[in-house]
Design a protein around this ligand. Structure first.
Ligand SMILES: Cc1cc2nc3c(=O)[nH]c(=O)nc-3n(C[C@H](O)[C@H](O)[C@H](O)COP(=O)(O)O)c2cc1C
Length: 148
């Protein structure tokens, strides 16, 4: 195991809704970056369809997945929204115009506060406008290059 694999995170699905076009992408590269105001950062590969949408989006939701939602995270993390409507496969609810997929245990509604290039990824900063815990349990973790 390499040392990078020892950086554990929660597994999240980041969702957007740009002019009615909804999409979600599984991200393991998500972290808090500011206490006050509360801010988070997500890192999205330059070639992802979500990158195109996040570049246009004003808001996004970071949906932290529960341990029972491995299949949902796997689906959103292996299929591209470029040619598939991922929200047709699993149920979801809407919060402030953003989809919250089934299996979410907590979510953050963020206003996009900036972005910058980081190698082959784009880091998007989110200012947390609203947050909610739906199920008070340990999230689906990502470490050692796998969900657990
Ligand atoms: C567990 C898991 C974690 C992932 N983490 C990230 C990540 O942090 N950043 C990223 O760009 N892609 C990540 N991916 C890959 C994307 O989720 C995947 O390429 C997805 O299909 C892209 O969807 P899109 O083309 O609709 O944006 C991850 C995939 C999995 C299964």
């Amino acid at each position: 195991m390499d040392a990078l694999g020892k950086l554990y995170t929660s597994t999240a699905i980041v969702t957007v809704n740009v002019d009615g076009k909804m999409n979600g992408i599984t991200v393991a590269w998500v972290t808090r970056v500011s206490w006050a105001p509360a801010m988070v950062a997500i890192s999205v590969g330059k070639t992802r369809y979500s990158r195109e949408l996040l570049d246009k989006a004003k808001t996004f939701a970071v949906c932290v997945m529960g341990k029972e939602a491995k299949d949902v995270a796997e689906f959103f993390g292996t299929v591209s929204g470029r040619n598939t409507d991922k929200f047709k496969k699993y149920p979801y609810t809407m919060e402030e115009n953003l989809p919250i997929p089934t299996g979410t245990i907590a979510y953050l509604v963020c206003e996009k506060a900036g972005s910058f290039e980081a190698g082959d990824h784009i880091v998007y900063l989110g200012l947390v406008k609203r947050q909610k815990v739906l199920k008070d349990e340990t999230p689906l973790l990502f470490g050692e290059h796998r969900m657990m």
